[in-house]
Design a protein around this ligand. Structure first.
Ligand code: AMP
Ligand code: ZN
Length: 113
């Protein structure tokens, strides 16, 4: 499959890895929007939130566990941070492999839409 994040997970495209286990991969966003900007992705390809089902949703809970762990390790847990995923054109999704942005290290803009 011609997917940028599948290629990053496979090591075919370099990334600044911050965490990896059996089901999850996390790496620094190439265009950081905050002092800490990490992308946390499932290793198995899922297009977006639209592709989450009863069969694959356990990895989403695990991604939130990893987000909490990384937030502590990266020193943003106390001051606060955001975990966000964009789904589809109206949300501005540009890479169609499910990913969660972990953003912190500054006071983030409070904009829901
Ligand atoms: P989204 O707009 O929610 O689909 O987010 C895609 C994110 O992937 C953006 O924040 C990009 O900066 C990031 N991105 C694109 N290519 C790479 C790459 N090669 N390595 C790391 N992050 C990337
Ligand atoms: Zn993929």
């Amino acid at each position: 499959m011609d997917c940028l994040f599948c290629k990053i997970i496979a090591g075919e495209i370099p990334s600044a890895k911050v965490y990896e286990d059996e089901t999850v991969y996390a790496f620094k966003d190439i265009n950081p929007m905050a002092p800490v900007h990490v992308l946390i992705v499932p290793k198995n390809h899922i297009d977006s939130v639209n592709g989450i089902t009863a069969e694959n949703s356990a990895v989403v809970a695990h991604i939130y566990e990893v987000a909490a762990k990384l937030a502590k390790e990266l020193g943003i847990a106390e001051d606060g941070y955001r975990v966000v995923t964009n789904c589809g054109a109206n949300a501005g999704q540009t890479v169609f492999h499910l990913h969660f942005h972990l953003l912190g290290g500054k006071a983030l803009k409070v904009e829901m839409c």
